[in-house]
Every structure is written in C-alpha cells, then in structure tokens.
Design a protein around this ligand. Structure first.
Ligand SMILES: Cc1cc2nc3c(=O)[nH]c(=O)nc-3n(C[C@H](O)[C@H](O)[C@H](O)COP(=O)(O)OP(=O)(O)OC[C@H]3O[C@@H](n4cnc5c(N)ncnc54)[C@H](O)[C@@H]3O)c2cc1C
Ligand code: SF4
Length: 547
C-alpha cells in the first residue's frame, strides 16, 4: 500500500492527443455509464500537441460523423493544391503529379492545427462525461500481484531538485482502472517501460523515428494561398540524410512550416534545428516569409517504423494506441487519422470486455485485428518507403519508394517486405571521422537561434525540481558521448538543453532541463541509450497554441 490517494475508473487513458481523446469519446458513445478518465501532462489539452497538420478526416468521420457542420470545429480549410518540390542549392523542380502514386494525394484532406482539434475533441469528451486531468503526468505504472497493469500514478508535485519536499509538496495520485490505454504519442515513457516488461517488441523490426521541427508564421495576404500543401526533398540535406520539409497554408494568413529529419543520420555534428533554418533561406522558400511574423515554435519526434515496427499492442490490463504504437504513414507524414482509428478500435474491444464483466486481462482482439483494419491496410501499402529511403539515399530511395507505392496500388510489391536494419541510436559515426559542419548565425528575421525559438514555444518548468533527463552513467557520457561522438546532444537538441563546458580542464555536462520541449529526441538518439526522458512535474513543458 502506498498511502497515496486513489481514484477508481473503468478506463484510464494516458495522453489527451487524438488517440486518447478518440478512445475516450468512443468508450462513452458505446457505454455512457462507464467511468473514463484521461491524464494529460500539458497544462491544458493541446499544450503539448505538435503536428503539421494535413489531416485525413477518416478518423473524425468515424468518431464524430457530423463534424463538418459543427460551428466550433477548428478544421475548416480543405486542401486546395498539392505540390512536391525537389530542392537543389539554387533552384527547385516541381514533381509532376502523374509521377506520384494515388495514395500520396491530399485530396479530401484538411489543413489546420492538431492542437486545436484536440481542444475541440476534449470539449466533446467532457460533454460525454469523460474526466480530463490536465497538468498531471502519469509517471508510474501500477500492477497487481499477477503482474497485470491496474492503472497509473501521477508524479509527486513540489519535489525540490535534490528530491526533498518543498512547502508545496503533494504526493501523486493513483488512478486505478480495469483497463489502461497508453496514448502518450511517439516514444512514450510508460510505453517504453511496458515494451520492455512485456517484450512487446519481440520479433518486430526496431521502431524508427524522425524529429520534426515546426514554426507557425503569419504572412501578408499577397503571398497567402489558403489550402496550399507543399512538401520538399533534397537541399539542405545531403543524399545520405533522410528528411524533408512541409509548408501548409492554414486559414487566417497562417503558414505552418516545418522540417523532418530521420534520426538515423550519421554525422554527430549535424543539427536538425540549423538545417531547418537553412531550408527557409532557399530562394524557392524564403519569399513566402518576407514581411511575415514568426508566432510559434516547437519540436516533436515522429515514429517512422510503420508496419514492420508496430509492437504487440496489448498486455494484461491495457493496450498501446496511436503513436505510442507507431501508426504513422511515413511517406504521407500522417498519423493523426490512424491515432484516432486505433483509439476507436481499442475502445470497441475494451467496451466489449467491460460488458462481459472482465478486467485486467488482455483485450487480444485489438492486437489480432489491427493488420486487417483500415490502419493496417494504410501502413501495409507504404511499408517499404522508409527502408528504401534509408538504404538507397534520397534520390534513388524516393524514386524506388514511388515505384513500390505505385505497384502497391495494384496490390503487389517488387520488394516484398523490407527490413529497417539498425536502431537509430546506432547510426552515429565517431566525431573524428565525421566532417565538421559550419552553421551560420540566424538573421533574426527569417532564421533564428534556439533560445529565441524556445521562448516562442512558451516552455516553462518549475526550476527547482529533480532533473527529468536522467543520465544513467555520467562517466559513460563523458567517455563516449563526449570523447568518441563529440557531444551530439548539443546539436541535436532543438531546445539548447545540453551543453558541454570546460570545468577545470575537464568536460562538464550541463543540462538546462527547464528548456526542454518534450520532443524525446535525446531518449532516442543518445548513442549509448544513456539518457532516459521521464515526465517532469505535471503542467511543465511547452504551451503550444495553434500547433
Ligand atoms: C512535425 C510533425 C508533423 C506531423 N504532421 C502530420 C500531419 O500533417 N498530419 C497527420 O495526420 N499527422 C502528422 N504528424 C503525426 C501526428 O502528429 C501524430 O501521428 C499524432 O499526433 C499522434 O497522436 P497521439 O494521440 O498518438 O499522440 P500525441 O499527439 O503525441 O499526443 C500524446 C499526448 O499524450 C501526452 N502525454 C505523453 N506522455 C504522457 C504522460 N506520461 N502523462 C500524461 N500525458 C502524457 C502528451 O502531452 C500529448 O498531449 C506529424 C508529426 C510531427 C512531429
Ligand atoms: S532535452 Fe531531449 S526531449 Fe527535451 S527538447 Fe532536448 S532533445 Fe527534446
């Protein structure tokens, strides 16, 4: 017995993203009398949601069929034009639409802010009686004597940096449930522990990731094209480094611009943040932002392993849904539709189990059914895109992926099912063999530095709390991360959290934890898996609006 306050529910859901909210809404639609709670670490729903976003409405259609007629729905702008560019250092080539497989089309999709969609969905969930606890991080899993998950506990509040209790100390609360759904998004901290404990990834390909960095701009009407959706490959990345840009014209003069870099890049001096800044200076891109104003900034990991990397979805007492399970369609850079569809599917199975009087067992039907569901079919057709890109580089890889996706249109693939190979953290080469990269300082108008960017993310953490970026073995960090790999955490962190400083002739690792935007890149890319991201005190982190 822990002595903590405990609350009992039929279902507890961790994370108020599209997956968690869809699951909660569906549970209440199916069984209005069941008690359902969501725990969300952001200060409010949407505060930690970062996405493009071009949204395929299949998930919304299944969940809220009349959503297009809802006067408050924040998703009103259909995609009007779809462009793919190949960028070279000085020019750009527009790829003809005929070359693109039909599944890459954005026809029928909408552009908007996923964070705002989540805020709107949260209103729907609350109207149905779902309890949403915002500002509380689920930091611990609860188990019964047989080892089944029986809920989660929120983290203690009011702990000082050294772990002692401040005057504001409040112990965490146990949220007990008959079933617990994990909807933490990409690289969830509880999902990571569950995967290890229950061996959910046994026999699967390793999960792959990208880091997505995004800015929201307001631009003058003369350059604004509502509904225009543009993606690019190529410059400033070299052929061996996977990734590309997105640029979406939202309503109200807003432009969402971002850059995704595959986290299997090799050069430890490489900085995804700086590459994004360089990208904006391309002659085909920069004019969009002339006389514009940058309003917001943020970063988030995106899961990229797709079909081959989806772990076993269920464990005794619960299931993984959404990006905690890795349901992103990588070539389309879309995961929100599958997040919702997987939340709905899991909710259907949990509702049926509850109706049968079951609890704390495995809802095996959810795991058994996903491959033949719309989510499985969506991921199956694009399963070779990422492995081809990783193996053959951008130019050949994207062409081969296009060919494969065309063939998949007819239900066939020349490649079968390809493997991803190694985990992302194994890809780095030692600093001594990797060429240094010189990045230019931001001009403060189009290109920026990290600290002024973090300011625009609204990130706030209580300074006097235990550091939530746990370095397992500091000696290993010095001997390997710093001495062998030249300290890649400093360039890869999009929030300037990590610095190596000289202290009396010895390297000293500075962790500016208060800057962290919760993107999870360090947890993924640290070459020794020596950094463990755990949730800080609830309510801390970014305060995204319109992201
Ligand atoms: C740069 C970028 C661009 C993208 N573009 C698109 C796009 O255009 N279209 C598209 O469809 N998809 C896009 N995606 C993917 C899409 O955003 C995800 O697939 C989707 O957000 C996944 O939903 P989710 O509910 O599983 O997780 P998330 O949206 O990540 O939500 C998880 C929620 O759980 C909370 N949480 C996490 N851990 C805890 C914890 N321990 N305790 C309490 N709360 C917790 C988080 O704060 C968050 O609110 C993009 C992703 C990125 C990074
Ligand atoms: S510390 Fe880690 S999780 Fe936080 S912003 Fe930096 S890379 Fe992302």
């Amino acid at each position: 017995m822990s002595g903590r306050e405990a609350l009992d529910f039929d279902v507890v859901i961790v994370g108020a993203g599209p997956a968690g909210l869809a699951a909660a809404i569906r549970l209440k639609q199916r069984s209005p009398r069941r008690s359902v709670a969501i725990v969300e670490k952001g200060a409010e729903v949407g505060a930690h949601i970062l996405s493009g976003a071009v949204i395929d409405p299949v998930g919304l259609d299944a969940l809220v069929p009349g959503w297009r007629n809802d006067p408050d729905v924040p998703l009103t702008q259909p995609v009007t034009r779809d462009r793919y560019l190949w960028l070279g250092a000085g020019g750009a080539v527009r790829l003809p639409h005929l070359l693109l497989p039909p599944l890459m089309s954005n026809r029928g999709a909408y552009v908007g802010s996923l964070g705002e969609v989540c805020r709107w969905l949260a209103g729907k969930a609350e109207a149905l009686g779902v309890e949403i606890f915002t500002g509380f991080a689920a930091s611990e899993l609860l188990f019964d004597r047989r080892g089944a998950v029986t809920g989660v506990a929120t983290g203690d509040m009011g702990l000082a940096r050294d772990g002692s209790h401040k005057a504001t100390y409040q112990p965490g609360v146990e949220l007990r449930a008959r079933y617990t759904l994990i909807a933490e998004g990409a690289r969830g901290s509880l999902a990571k522990r569950l995967t290890r404990r229950f061996g959910l990834d046994l026999g699967r390909e390793p999960q792959k990731y990208g880091i997505g960095i995004k800015e929201l701009w307001h631009i003058p009407p003369a350059r604004h094209r509502p509904g225009l959706v543009q993606h690019s490959f190529g410059w400033p990345l070299d052929d061996a480094t996977g990734g590309g840009s997105f640029l979406y014209h939202l309503p109200g003069g807003l432009v969402s611009v971002g850059f995704v870099v595959h986290l299997n890049y090799r050069n430890p001096h490489f900085s995804p943040f700086e590459e994004f800044q360089r990208f904006k200076s391309h002659p085909a891109i920069a004019p969009t932002f002339a006389d514009g104003e940058r309003l917001a900034y943020g970063a988030r990991a995106i899961s990229e392993g797709g079909y081959q990397s989806v772990p076993k979805l269920t464990f005794p007492g619960g299931a993984l849904i959404g990006c905690a399970a890795g349901f992103v369609n990588v070539p389309r850079i879309k995961g929100s539709h599958n997040a919702m569809l997987s939340g709905i599917a899991a909710a259907d199975h949990v509702a049926a189990a509850l109706a049968d009087g079951r609890s704390h067992d495995e809802v095996a039907g959810y795991d058994e059914g996903w491959r033949t569901s719309p989510v499985g079919r969506d991921l199956w057709r694009v399963r070779n895109a990422k492995p081809l890109w990783s193996k053959h580089g951008t130019l050949r890889g994207v062409m081969l992926a296009g060919l494969d996706m065309w063939a998949q249109t007819f239900g066939w693939s020349p490649f079968g099912t390809l493997s991803h190979g190694e985990e992302d953290h194994r890809a780095l080469e030692p600093g001594v063999t990797a060429p240094p990269i010189a990045y230019q300082r931001g001009d403060g108008k189009l290109t920026f530095d990290r600290l002024s960017s973090v300011y625009l993310s609204g990130t706030r953490h209580e300074e006097n709390q235990p550091v939530h970026l746990k370095v397992g073995d500091m000696r290993l960090q010095v001997e390997s991360e710093f001495r062998v790999y030249d300290g890649p955490s400093a360039p890869y962190c999009p929030a300037a959290v990590y610095e190596w400083r000289e202290d009396g002739g010895a390297p000293h690792y500075v962790i500016n934890a208060a800057n962290c935007v919760h993107c999870k890149t360090c947890d993924i890319k640290d070459p020794n898996q020596n950094i463990d991201w755990v949730p800080p005190e609830g309510g801390g982190g970014p305060n995204y609006r319109g992201m």
